[in-house]
Design a protein around this ligand. Structure first.
Ligand code: ASP
Ligand code: MG
Length: 419
């Protein structure tokens, strides 16, 4: 069994769907689970639709119509007008229309998971029908009957036991030699049969769950780049491809903010020693990057991760006294209550500094902290992480920018930079 994952860019239009079919066709004789994300920017469009619905703005139907049009246009390019796919897509949209007719019944996060996951329903139905039309026999499965989660909507936690049983019953046991299963990334379902989602970009994680539960030989994440690069070409000129990195290195890079793979993806694969390959759907013959237990190449190429829009917050006691463990636990509790994730932290005798992503939640957090502490901050900063650095490289990357905070370990340096 192999697991393929195709992200939004690989299903962005009719040609992209055709390209997926040609990639799948090449491995047609291997049993395969294919995990697919929503097409192009559909998830963003659905988030915006949810916003209109939840906050009762009057443009919800307009927004839904754009999503409909986008999918029907692609379907028209791929299928004859009498094809059953049009009815199938229509049925998915009808469910959303029902949801829009009523007032929201649950929290924002609950409503989000009932609505936003339909992008994956639409994309997988389209791809599955197209493969069938091309003579590639395949079976469409609803990921909600495979992946069981708790009800922490939008960041649902996988119930591995039930998930493994369900995947066994629906995929592993009935599997024949050349079966191709098409299913959705990102979504799962709760014990009460409500839809849940695994967090933005969670389809990589879905692929890892399916691979772990089927004991797959390999996972391939198909992307629009040739593999994992040592830096984001959006911010750096001279990027190089990493041919082979270890699971550990991949987790570290994802943790520090490299956006190539979802951070939760690696653990289930590492636990079962399933290699993960990141390959280009534009250049499928390029070897890509392989992530496995071999760490011999990890330190060969320095990687840099650039996180813009950071805020550095400094928290100290109002009366100049020491920051104690008691203070820290109070401060952590406050961050956790407001759902603010700390990217980096450092403390001195009298202050505790944290670097966080810019977010509207920060104002409430800071207001609350101000009840007990003195709080100052700097905005519009960048957090630069360099793995396997050299002093020369640090100087080159800092350039003329001001360093507000620096943290160094043997393998990693992290710098909070001003303009
Ligand atoms: N479609 C979802 C998103 O855009 C999940 C994914 O692509 O991994 O976040
Ligand atoms: Mg994606």
């Amino acid at each position: 069994m192999i697991v393929y994952k195709f992200g939004g860019a690989s299903v962005k239009d009719a040609n992209a769907v055709k390209n997926i079919a040609s990639i799948i066709k090449k491995s047609e004789n291997t049993p395969m689970v294919v995990v697919i994300s929503a097409m192009a920017k559909t998830t963003n469009a659905l988030e915006s639709l949810l916003d209109s619905f939840f906050y009762k703005k009057d443009d919800a139907i307009e927004k839904l119509n754009l999503i409909k049009e986008f999918h029907f246009e692609i379907a028209k390019e791929l299928f004859d007008k009498n094809h059953a796919i049009f009815q199938e897509l229509h049925n998915v949209f009808v469910e959303v229309e029902w949801q829009l007719e009523d007032d929201p019944i649950g929290t924002y996060d609950f409503e989000y998971d009932q609505m936003v996951g339909i992008g994956e329903q639409l994309s997988t139905k389209l791809v599955s029908a197209y493969l069938t039309q091309e003579g590639i026999h395949n079976k469409w499965l609803d990921a909600r009957s495979l992946i069981r989660t708790d009800n922490s909507y939008r960041r649902a936690i996988v119930d591995w036991e039930v998930t493994e049983d369900q995947i066994n019953a629906l995929i592993v046991k009935p599997l024949k030699d050349s079966d191709i299963i098409i299913t959705q990334g990102f979504v799962g379902s709760t014990s009460e049969n409500f839809s849940s989602t695994l967090g933005r970009e969670g389809s990589d994680f879905s692929a890892a769950i399916l691979a772990a539960c089927t004991n797959a030989k390999e996972v391939i994440i198909w992307k629009d780049v040739d593999g994992m690069l040592n830096a984001d070409p959006k911010y750096f000129d001279k990027t190089v491809k990493l041919n082979n990195i270890s699971y550990r290195e991949a987790i570290e890079l994802a943790y520090f903010g490299a956006s190539v793979i979802h951070p939760k993806t690696i653990k289930p694969l590492q636990n079962k020693e399933i290699p993960l390959r990141v390959k280009s759907f534009i250049n499928p013959d390029n070897k890509g990057t392989i992530i496995n237990s071999d760490f011999s190449s990890d330190t060969l190429i320095p990687s840099y991760i650039h996180k813009p829009d950071q805020r550095l917050i400094s928290i100290s006691a109002k009366d100049f006294s020491f920051i104690t463990e008691g203070n820290l636990s109070e401060i952590y509790a406050c961050f956790s209550k407001h759902g603010v994730v700390i990217s980096l932290m450092q403390n001195s005798a009298i202050s505790f500094s944290v670097c966080v992503d810019e977010d509207s939640k920060l104002e409430q957090l800071i207001d609350e902290l101000k009840n007990d502490f003195k709080v100052v901050y700097n905005k519009d900063l960048t957090l630069l992480t360099i793995r396997h650095y050299s002093e020369d490289l640090i100087h080159e990357l800092i350039g003329k920018k001001k360093v507000l905070l620096e943290q160094k370990s043997r393998s990693t340096v992290r710098l909070v930079l001003g303009a």
